[in-house]
Write a protein that binds this ligand. Sequence first.
Ligand SMILES: O=C(O)c1[nH]c(=O)[nH]c(=O)c1Cl
Length: 310
Amino acid sequence: VDLSVSWLGLAMANPLYNASGVMCRSVAELEQVRTSAAAAVITKSCTPQPRTGNPEPRYCATALGSINSMGLPNAGYPYYLDYARSYPYAAGKPLFLSLSGMTLQENLDMLSDLAAAQLPCLPEVNLSCPNLPGKPQLGYDFQACHEALTQMARVYHGPFGVKLPPYFDPVHFARMAAVLNAFPALRFVTCINSIGNGLVIDVDRESVVIKPKDGLGGLGGSYVLPTALANVREFYRLLPGKHVVGCGGINSGREAFMHILAGATAVQIGTCLYEEGEGAFARILDELRALMAHKGYQRLDDFRGKLKTL
Ligand SMILES: O=C(O)c1[nH]c(=O)[nH]c(=O)c1Cl
């Protein structure tokens, strides 16, 4: 069984890597991912300056997934650029840099600096970043997204991608696809970011479980799998010539198989990686390999995007 993936001029031994935000804030964590069975690495979404993020507790795992309101804690763009400068690209594991400015100008500043650095790493711009006060996150403001991407494509001419929030309405899928299809250099979308502003309640304590936002936080893990799969499949259909990276609810080879069947080129592991550690990569790969062997598939292209409808 061959798990290899080749896309964007990159060759990956397998489709798995970390989701931005998990095991990727410090160099020590990034090296844990890079030296694991993961085939690529992505950094924590960064801002130009370091941020401590929200008061704790700001992450909580449950039997069904996770909730977080981290508040963009990160070591600052220069820290991750420094890692990208010394990264061993020749070892064959691509590096992605997640950018999440608090303003459009911050994203433009980071992207133009990254362009000047001329490094082999690829930017994944986080569209769940804040928008103007009183407006929804950028990813939910289609007009603002179009304007932001127009300016980003002006300062950064290489291939890049975006991390998308989940969408829940066919008109929203179509509106966002129309925006994304206007940018040829936008080569991949990562679906999905956490499902925003969920509320987890602890019955014994009769309390919320995270401190920020009176308990509201982004949901990950099994909670989000069907939504993640829907976003992967819809954008796989709506964005011809672009790649979709699947993220959301992958706990085993089975969910990785589902995401690829829905059209994903590669897949990111978030909550499961946070809870299990880097051993999750080898385990999930073994499970995916066994599932493919059982089904008689030799390589990922044998089933990628071939989800049957009834
Ligand atoms: O609170 C966070 O740091 C965070 N948490 C998420 O679940 N998704 C994101 O894009 C970010 Cl930036």
